[in-house]
Design a protein. Structure first.
Length: 230
């Protein structure tokens, strides 16, 4: 009887372990899977214990050789807007980036990159390709806002919206050898735009966007330092 109970208990333990493993595998997010597909095609390998949701680097890549960065403008041409909450506002319209938004996002991205990677002299900016130049290309993949947009189209002027954070934003960063164009790294990450309850308006949203880009570029600097052996 004791043996039967022990065997039964062992089976339950094994089943529980199997279930936990399946659950662990199922939490991989779509943007991580998409980046994995791109990485596999480019021959990149996943980095364990990355500061990002997913980091994939070319095996044997010598990041220490790169002293300059050729920085492409932040790509906002294919941003997916995923609405997380419904609204009963009559005047509510689809949340979209306008020209002013795009300029703001691009300026904050460039500002964050300069402050975290270039300001202290670790890297210099480059205007053309070279053997010591790393091309940095980033794009906003998705924005998932909470609440209607704070503009004349999005909500009436007398309406205030409060939310727990402004939503989420997803960024993908690609690093290339500037001469050969060979992909050296693909990075993907989704970040919460705040986590506290506050008024959801243009000012608070812009603050969270600035913080998000700064955090991403700070993490990128740490990953590059690690890959370069600094």
């Amino acid at each position: 009887m004791k043996t039967l109970l022990k065997r039964t208990a062992s089976k339950f333990v094994l089943l529980a372990l199997a279930a936990s493993l399946v659950a662990g595998c199922s939490i991989t997010k779509k943007h991580e899977k998409d980046a994995q597909v791109k990485a596999d095609k480019a021959g990149l390998a996943a980095v364990e214990k990355s500061r990002f949701d997913g980091t994939f680097i070319a095996p044997g890549a010598q990041f220490s050789q790169y002293k300059k960065l050729f920085v492409e403008q932040l790509n906002l041409s294919e941003v997916k807007i995923r609405k997380q909450s419904s609204s009963n506002l009559i005047d509510d319209t689809p949340w979209e980036l306008n020209d002013a938004d795009r300029r703001y996002y691009q300026e904050r991205y460039t500002e964050a990159l300069m402050n975290n990677l270039i300001a202290d002299g670790t890297y210099a900016t480059a205007m053309q390709a070279g053997p010591d130049v790393l091309t940095v290309s980033a794009k906003v993949v998705e924005i998932a806002p909470l609440g209607s947009k704070d503009d004349m189209k999005g909500r009436p002027t007398n309406v205030k919206v409060y939310s727990e954070g402004m939503g989420t934003m997803m960024l993908e960063i690609s690093l290339y050898d500037s001469v050969s164009g060979k992909p050296l790294a693909i990075i993907t990450d989704q970040r919460d735009l705040g986590r506290i309850w506050e008024e959801n308006n243009r000012v608070t949203n812009n603050v969270q966007v600035r913080l998000a880009f700064n955090q991403w570029m700070s993490k990128l600097r740490k990953e590059l330092d690690k890959a370069s052996g600094r």
